[in-house]
Design a protein around this ligand. Structure first.
Ligand code: ADP
Ligand code: MG
Length: 683
């Protein structure tokens, strides 16, 4: 990798500014593509000018005048044989008054704007057309305009690019044979077209072959970096958790329901992995409410029966508590010891818990990311289960890969998510994982009815709560969102809402949960809600995951337009958990933009998380679909997963071939595009 400071004109200041744009190497510079182009290859006649043109014109100054208004300015009228235009300079030297006088011929370049009563150029660049310079050269190529900041001018970028083309071999890591099969341009050609396009090329078109070529290469690099993790992991050794399944049978006979076909299928897929001696890396996708927890429990028992420990990691304390309750129900009758580890334990309690983990006394350990802090030692960890993985960062997930490795034996990993990832996106963003999908809900669920209402109809909504909670003896959630503000004001909003609702609904028992409460307090409130002592639970979005109360059949979400679709879908998944008809009210603040209206409409009209995610991808792009915490997965510079989704199948195929036949090129590609990717394997 050649760093950018090996080029001329790059001093420490320039290095600093380039770094802010993410440019450290000459490759970074090459992939810093122009935003747009200016055409300085031909001279336009004044009669042909249009507002917004960036263009070259030649003409003779007809009149020049210094004006003293609010701002001193120099105004010249320029003419050619077809028309006139006004030039306006705000900064000028006395000498310029001498030069820009009637009769002088000049060539200007600038943006055409609508002036007071004629077209004008403000502060054009100009050259004199005098005896020594009658026909200066026009540019041969379109002039690129690079994304920049105020500290770097365009000339620097152009000079750097020219130097790189002149001095360095730009290596194409995609072998010629693959390239021709895929109809891809050679790299150098593509780069030259984008940095120095001829005027004939319609460079603003995203689909031109040159851009297509770079987008392909970028997606390929991303794919390879994830895929190589998977291939490397498959060389690791894991314990085969093969056994008669006595515990699993015991759990199944005690369950009050029968597993769905989908659940049975994914359990079989997981089981095959657990029996193998290479570590499982499996992503389990299943819509909210599809019953992933029981799948986790069955996998856990498989490991425990073989004498190994299982760690279940949840993104919030609330969810880890909920799991503790659920697992207590399922596992206590089987005599299995489990413990709970989160960040909020007292020092003394924490030490006790750590002791049961390191001694192997606890077979199942449920917790938050506190599970993987340095001082936590497992006696014999065989399986890690990550729930609601989209709430964790990508780096956290990847960092986990090497955790729990004991004497070269790696634990299996099951990663669960209710945020479905459209297939094309998953192929690249999760190329390091195998996937299993639960694609049906348990029987007997009645689809939730969702309505969209302006905030002004709150009173009607409050009357509905009264009705549901008293006449129908059911329960309700009121979700407060204020995502742009700080966590504290979100909390205030929730507290205030709870007070106001209590005033409006004096007969109801109202509880409040938010992320800032102590674990004990949260637990008390949740216990009260589960025991039906509370009718209405006012909450922040902490309840997005991990609340499972089948008697709750009404949810109101405030400022729904501010939440992501996946998050709305998750929240709504807290209701509709039984056979009862449930209702979700999405309250919004007027006025609602067209996009926001369309998005809420998607939630109202769809119940399938996959469909919702696909629509969200179409509207907002992969960063939003994967969630802010996942953005690192798809930090794309040139490619765009929506625009370039047609490339993804070829990317995956090419990745496979390259990984087998051209390992060095693979590594070079990943290095070129993903500085972060290099560290993934090491954390
Ligand atoms: P999620 O996939 O969102 O984590 P859960 O595991 O919390 O879903 O399951 C939602 C609810 O469905 C729970 O109350 C669970 O006990 C119940 N459930 C799970 N599987 C079945 C099934 N096969 N039949 C009926 N109910 C089920
Ligand atoms: Mg769940």
């Amino acid at each position: 990798m050649v760093t950018i400071d090996s080029l001329h004109g790059v001093n420490t200041k320039v290095i600093e500014q380039l770094a802010k744009l993410g440019i450290h190497t000459i490759d970074d510079m090459l992939f810093h593509l122009p935003l747009r182009y200016e055409d300085r290859t031909k001279i336009k006649k004044l009669a042909d000018l249009k507002i917004g043109d960036h263009t070259v014109i030649d003409g003779t100054i007809q009149a020049a005048e210094e004006k003293y208004g609010k701002k001193r300015s120099l105004i010249c009228m320029l003419e050619d044989e077809t028309g006139t235009i006004m030039l306006r300079f705000f900064h000028f030297y006395p000498a310029q008054l001498e030069i820009l006088k009637p009769g002088t011929k000049i060539r200007c370049f600038g943006e055409v704007r609508q002036g007071y009563n004629c077209l004008e150029l403000i502060h054009p660049q100009y050259e004199l057309l005098d005896y020594s310079n009658l026909t200066p050269d026009l540019a041969e190529h379109l002039t690129p305009i690079y994304p920049s900041n105020s500290k770097l001018n365009q000339a620097i970028f152009r000079s750097l690019i020219d130097q790189i083309f002149a001095k360095y071999d730009i290596i194409d890591y995609i072998p010629e044979t693959l390239r021709s099969q895929l109809n891809l341009l050679p790299l150098l050609e593509a780069l030259q077209i984008l940095h120095h396009p001829t005027p004939q090329i319609a460079t603003t078109d995203d689909k031109i072959p040159a851009r297509h070529r770079l987008a392909f290469e970028e997606l390929l690099a991303h794919h390879l970096s994830m895929y190589s993790l998977r291939v490397n992991a498959s060389k690791h050794i894991a314990a085969s958790l093969n056994n008669a399944g006595v515990l699993v049978q015991a759990l199944l006979t005690q369950l009050p329901f029968k597993l769905t076909n989908s659940q049975q299928r994914v359990i079989a897929e997981i089981n095959t992995d657990l029996n193998s001696t290479s570590p499982m890396q499996r992503l389990l996708q299943g819509d909210v409410g599809s019953g992933k927890t029981i799948v986790a429990a069955i996998s856990a028992l498989q490991a425990i029966e073989s004498g190994y420990q299982v760690a279940i990691m949840a993104p919030t304390e609330l969810l880890s508590e909920q799991h503790t309750r659920t697992f207590a129900n399922w596992l206590e009758p089987l005599g299995i010891a489990f413990t709970w580890l989160t960040g909020s334990l007292t020092k003394k309690k924490r030490e006790q818990v750590l002791e049961t983990i390191s001694s192997g006394q606890a077979s199942l350990i449920i917790g938050t990311h506190a599970l993987f802090q340095k001082d936590v030692e497992f006696a014999k960890l065989g399986l890690i289960i990550v729930d609601e993985q989209h709430r964790f960062g990508v780096h956290q997930r990847l960092a986990l890969r090497n955790k729990g490795n004991q004497d070269g034996v790696y634990p299996h990993q099951l990663i669960m998510t209710a945020t479905p990832i459209p297939r094309t996106l998953a192929m690249t963003a999760y190329a390091d994982l195998d996937t299993s999908i639960i694609d049906e809900l348990p029987p007997g669920r009645t689809p939730i009815i969702t309505v969209i209402m302006p905030n002004t109809r709150r009173d009607k909504v409050i009357a509905r709560i009264q009705d549901v909670c008293t006449n129908e003896a059911r329960q309700a959630y009121w979700v407060c969102t204020l995502i742009e503000e700080s966590e504290i004001s979100q909390l205030q909003a929730a507290e205030e809402t709870a007070i106001k609702l209590q005033e409006a609904l004096p007969e109801l028992q109202i509880g409040l949960v938010h992320g800032r409460m102590k674990a004990k307090e949260k637990e008390q409130v949740m216990d009260g809600f589960i025991a039906k002592e509370l009718n209405l639970l006012v909450a922040t979005t902490v309840i997005e995951v991990g609340v499972d109360v089948a008697n709750a059949s009404l949810m109101i979400i405030e400022n729904a337009e501010r939440l992501g679709l996946a998050q709305l879908h998750q929240l709504r998944g807290r209701i509709g958990r039984g056979a009862l008809q449930s209702y979700c009210v999405l309250l919004y603040q007027q006025p609602l933009s067209e996009v926001a209206k369309a998005r809420l409409g998607i939630i109202r009209d769809n119940h399938d998380g996959f469909v919702i995610a696909q629509r969200d991808l179409d509207i907002r792009g992969p960063g939003e679909v994967l969630g802010t915490r996942q953005k690192g997965v798809m930090n794309l510079r040139i490619a765009d997963v929506r625009r370039d989704k047609d490339l993804l199948t070829d990317v995956v195929e090419t990745g496979k071939i390259m990984f087998k036949q051209y390992p060095e090129q693979c590594q070079a590609l990943v290095q070129r595009w993903m500085k972060e990717g290099l560290h993934y394997g090491e954390v």
